[in-house]
Design a protein around this ligand. Sequence first.
Ligand SMILES: *[C@@H]1O[C@H](CO)[C@@H](O)[C@H](O)[C@H]1NC(C)=O
Ligand SMILES: *[C@@H]1O[C@H](CO)[C@@H](O)[C@H](O)[C@H]1NC(C)=O
Ligand SMILES: *[C@@H]1O[C@H](CO)[C@@H](O)[C@H](O)[C@H]1NC(C)=O
Ligand SMILES: *[C@@H]1O[C@H](CO)[C@@H](O)[C@H](O)[C@H]1NC(C)=O
Length: 498
Amino acid sequence: MASRPNSSFPSTSTSTSTSSSSSSFRLLLLLTLLPLTLAFFAFLLQWRDVPTDSIPLSSDSFHIPYLDHPFSGRRSASDCVDVLGQSRTPVFPYFKDWNFNFGSDLRPKGVKVINRTKELDEQQAKSRIWNETWLSKFFYKPCNYELFVNQSLNMEVAIVMSRDAGMDWIIHLDTDELIHPAGAREYSVRQLLADVPEDVDTVIFPNYESSVERDDIKEPFTEVSMFKKNYDHLPKYVYFGNYKVATHGNPNYFITYGNGKSAARIQDHLRPNGAHRWHNYMKRPKYGKASLFKCTTFMPKHFFGGPKGKKAHEIKLDEAAVLHYTYTKFSDLTSRRDRCGCKPTKEDVKRCFMLEFDRSAFIIASTATEEEMRRWYRDHVVWNNKALNLKLLKWGVFTRIYSPMAIIQGLRESGVFSSVVQSARVILSQDKSSSVESSNSSSNKPGTVSSRTGEESQATVRRILEINDKFSGDSAIPPLPPPVLDDFTLEYNKRLDS
Ligand SMILES: *[C@@H]1O[C@H](CO)[C@@H](O)[C@H](O)[C@H]1NC(C)=O
Ligand SMILES: *[C@@H]1O[C@H](CO)[C@@H](O)[C@H](O)[C@H]1NC(C)=O
Ligand SMILES: *[C@@H]1O[C@H](CO)[C@@H](O)[C@H](O)[C@H]1NC(C)=O
Ligand SMILES: *[C@@H]1O[C@H](CO)[C@@H](O)[C@H](O)[C@H]1NC(C)=O
């Protein structure tokens, strides 16, 4: 494998099902920066409550409607409406009249979009990762495997660019993910990362998964508010105690990955370790006491190898999360199907997808009628049983998160968001046409790697401990399902029930 062969597969696409949508680098960067920008706006909004010189102090400035002559009748009906936050257009009165001060320039600041060019392709074809073993079992396979390699290649390029731009941290997010910087003093990613102890090299954001309550969602970021919390943020007995109801008849607790995403401090010898983790060529891992158990959960053994001496320090965040909006639209079923050229058989879909749910979804979307598909979607993805949802909300398995909705609505009112989305659309549509071209130009698939991967991916569904073994040795960390309820726990629960 000296250099990267002209690799495009018959079934190429720019998108996936594990992480959905595009892998193109510009979107990667755009969406890496969008959440940061959003969080920054949230931060600004909080400032707005502090009286500053910029807020004119009229005689009414300190008028507090609740306290001021409550029975005097001085309050007009419109005051009441404002107090109750039911004034006209904005659903979130907090943002009313807020001026983002963008003036006429509505382009987002600090967002850099990288176009996929021939030069970029050539650069990536020469990447060091083609010579290394940790990613090799993902090479020359279709769909999600190819996407996984593309993501890693993009991460490599992004490391260099971030370094040149003097960035402190790097994180890889997909187009259907947002960062939820809970636990920071302000709702700000910048603040969150600034508070990470200096000796920490990487921080893991456990992911929360969208749980849609309707089958007609159009704009996930502004319509979805219910999320299933990650194993890492739940007491074990709550997780395993609710495991069966929470899986909703699907193969796993989450429909797609459960191993979060990590952010890395920019430093020497950094490399991606697949789309979910970072790795340092020159450091082996070291864990804080509190995090030892949690962090080893998905760690491959080779993390314990590495040169003696220097150690990389990885922690898991206790409150912050990545919000993963997956299969939020009914049309996601068909759009994912159309991007992958596997046969809809149990065996063949393993070549295309790493996660069980993606495989089932692909088979359904390829073989069922529209009506059956709709029914399948309602049964497996949509949470429309209010009583059950309330129960899981009470347990804390589900949680409501409205901040992305609120922020995006604020941005939309200021016009910033639509300009970002529009520019992304323009790029996306160009991307599609170019990927059709390239997928036509070469369908020559070079030799395959190991045939073990299919079995291996399936085996990951078994147990947490097995996961460590299966992905031991020298392998990137793929999207992994969350911990599975094992026989022991089932037995234990049965006894609790009886
Ligand atoms: C991976 O990148 C190559 C080269 O840019 C592209 O042709 C291909 O469509 C991409 N595949 C996926 C699944 O994104
Ligand atoms: C990327 O592509 C867009 C759309 O064609 C173009 O407007 C923009 O100038 C390009 N950016 C760079 C850096 O080439
Ligand atoms: C990859 O390995 C080949 C053969 O050993 C070598 O010629 C090439 O320079 C290497 N490429 C990189 C980027 O390290
Ligand atoms: C793809 O290949 C077919 C057959 O070789 C050709 O007819 C078609 O024009 C090609 N499409 C593109 C976009 O290159």
